[in-house]
Design a protein around this ligand. Structure first.
Ligand code: MN3
Length: 381
């Protein structure tokens, strides 16, 4: 029986992870859960899975939850609570599914303790890829990708020699605005942007899919996970989202991993690896899908993807600034303060204005993240 701690249990990845654990009750046991504000769902999860400890966003939420739960489990709160549960918690697998930069510090705690990390938090590798992968090598912690693209590449590379890889091809659905012209981007509404054609996800990542920043962040993650030169990581639009990514080898052969788009599959693989479990909930019938199409992304239209590529080329704290600026810009778009078309403008402004560092340590990364948010929040209040 593997013990599982889920950071972000009321989010989309967290809910799907619990669905998998519900199906494989004899294999996995939940020992810890965390949620930011949705304590009513967290209460239901506590009643069903009986974790030993949970974390909520702040003290007020912790008090509310104590009234609901009594003393059935330990309740911590805030960032200190996240550090405490990852440092002291009793677990084998850390499902790192918090949204945003806040996921970095608790994930590092799991790596220090040599746990298996089922990584769904993009920011961990985007902002601190060098430090995080270095620490994994040092401690022997396993980093298993939950994101469907990286899980696909990880599966395609099984049994292969890294020296024989020609290139990685991350597929992208293209999001809801694939067929819109760039000059229409100024008028798209929040509802339009939240309406993803293939994947049901949280609001931050859905907006990132609409701008294609999501794919940019994934290219940066792939660079750190698979340690290949940046030139060997390509993006291809594949609107059906059946092929989750591909690897091309030096002999010209390609491997692709396919399934109906459902996050439960990469989650299950990250939990069960190296085994595959018998699971029949998600059916893939290629006969019904009829056709798979592909085309090159338009970097002029999807400026965010181009900016992300540039930031990997620049390295250092550039991806950290990119990430923080994008988080701020998406928040401002979702609260109606800026237009969809202004998201890349804010990110470029931050990349041109916030002080950069070539070889950052963890402290510099936290400082740069803070400075980027401060800069944009002051300027675009
Ligand atoms: Mn993805």
């Amino acid at each position: 029986m593997k013990k599982v701690l889920i950071l972000g249990s009321t989010g989309s990845i967290g809910i799907n992870t619990l669905q998998i654990i519900r199906t494989f009750k004899d294999e996995f046991q939940v020992t810890g859960l965390t949620a930011n504000s949705n304590i009513h769902l967290l209460k239901k999860q506590i009643d069903e899975f009986h974790p030993k400890a949970v974390v909520v966003g702040d003290e007020k939420k912790a008090e509310e939850l104590r009234l609901l739960c009594g003393s059935s489990c330990k309740i911590y709160h805030g960032n200190e609570g996240l550090i405490r549960i990852t440092r002291e918690g009793d677990y084998d697998i850390l499902v790192s599914a918090l949204v945003g930069f806040v996921g970095l510090a608790p994930t590092m705690e799991g790596i220090k303790l040599k746990k298996r990390i089922a990584l769904a938090n993009k920011e961990t590798l985007v902002t601190a890829g060098e430090i995080v992968t270095g620490l994994c090598e040092e401690t022997g912690a396993e980093l298993l990708p939950v994101d469907s693209e990286h899980s696909a590449i990880f599966q395609c590379l099984s049994g292969e020699n890294k020296k024989e890889i020609e290139r990685l091809i991350l597929t992208a659905s293209g999001g809801p605005f694939l067929n819109k012209n760039k000059d229409e981007f100024g008028n798209v509404t929040i509802e339009d942007a939240l309406n993803h054609p293939n994947w049901k996800m949280g609001s931050k990542i859905t907006i990132d899919s609409a701008t294609m920043m999501n794919k940019g962040l994934e290219v940066i993650e792939a660079f750190w996970l698979f340690k290949l030169p940046k030139e060997k990581i390509d993006v291809l639009i594949h609107p059906q989202s059946i092929i989750h990514s591909m690897v091309q080898f030096i002999d010209g052969s390609m491997k692709a991993q396919m399934s109906h788009p459902d996050m439960k599959l990469p989650i299950l693989y990250a939990l069960s690896y190296p085994a595959r479990y018998n699971y029949s909930e998600v059916k893939t019938d290629l006969g019904k899908i009829n056709q798979l199409t592909f085309f090159e992304p338009d970097l002029h239209k999807f400026t965010c993807l181009k900016i992300a590529y540039d930031s990997i080329r620049e390295g250092g704290t550039s991806p950290c600034i990119l990430n923080a600026a994008n988080e701020v810009a998406v928040k401002k778009f979702l609260s109606g303060r800026i237009k969809f078309s202004e998201i890349p403008d804010l990110i470029e402004d931050a990349l041109n204005s916030v002080e950069k560092s070539v070889n950052p340590d963890l402290e510099t990364i936290f400082h740069t993240d803070f400075k980027t948010r401060e800069y944009l929040n002051k300027k675009y209040n």
